[in-house]
Design a protein around this ligand. Sequence first.
Ligand SMILES: [Zn+2]
Length: 67
Amino acid sequence: MARQDAIHGTRPQPLPRASRKYPTGRVCAQDGCKTRLSTYNKREKCWAHAEMKVPRLRGRKPAAGSA
Ligand SMILES: [Zn+2]
């Protein structure tokens, strides 16, 4: 039994050139959100309020019986 399988699939992640840190103590820009942002997080909002999470509602209108 060879245990070399574990080696496969393991990719060494390249280290960032310069560890640019952001000021500490920052919180989410969302009003009312007190989530602290990481010093490595360049976003102004936490992961929950970041724009990276966009709901897939485009082109799909709710078939609500609104009159
Ligand atoms: Zn937030």
